[in-house]
Ligand binder design. Sequence first.
Ligand SMILES: C[S@@+](CC[C@H](N)C(=O)[O-])C[C@H]1O[C@@H](n2cnc3c(N)ncnc32)[C@H](O)[C@@H]1O
Length: 210
Amino acid sequence: MMIEKKGLKDAYSLKTPEDSINLYKTWASTYDDDFARQNDYRSPIEIAKYFEKYSNHSNTPILDVGAGTGLIGEYLNLIAKEIDAIDISPEMLNIARTKNCYSKIIEADLTQQLPINDNQYGAIVSAGTFTHGHVGPEVLDELLRITRPDGLFVFTIHYKLFKKAGFDKKLMEIEKNITKPIFHEVDVYGSNPDKDNGSDKVIITVFRKI
Ligand SMILES: C[S@@+](CC[C@H](N)C(=O)[O-])C[C@H]1O[C@@H](n2cnc3c(N)ncnc32)[C@H](O)[C@@H]1O
């Protein structure tokens, strides 16, 4: 049987959490190679780099949100300890598990109440999850709930969605609960021939919970 190659077009056209489960079920085993390596996908290493720049020793444990196959964990593990992964796709998490960089692996839907107590995490990191067809700004409320005061957020927002999906408004709505956000615009890919999305950028958003 011929397996159709999955890619950005499929990912960006998702509509529901169930769509994510179905897409990543079939993509998980090849994602690191046919997506990340072949396109020189840079968001995970950029997140690790900015985490290193802004974090301090109290920013632990760390939760990798929409961790997928664990690409952030692989980089972050070199500079930080106690990293947990959360994702809706068991198949993506199974690949992440093989990398031995996460202390705990949580299968959950970020758009629902999370099975995590208040004030558990010292940091939230995320790459490629606040994007087309995945999750939107409303998820930030639950992430703030599970993060300790002074906890650090370092996560990508797809640049085309920053205003369109209302991240700008959400950051204003929660402004009393967070420090003034710092933004870094970075290229998602070193080289990706995709004519529609190959030159995509993300806005790496950094703040602390007050
Ligand atoms: C493009 S992948 C990014 C994975 C990894 N962070 C990376 O940078 O390679 C997006 C991930 O978000 C997860 N995801 C999508 N919708 C979700 C939801 N509602 N709850 C939890 N995870 C979700 C998918 O399962 C997938 O693993």
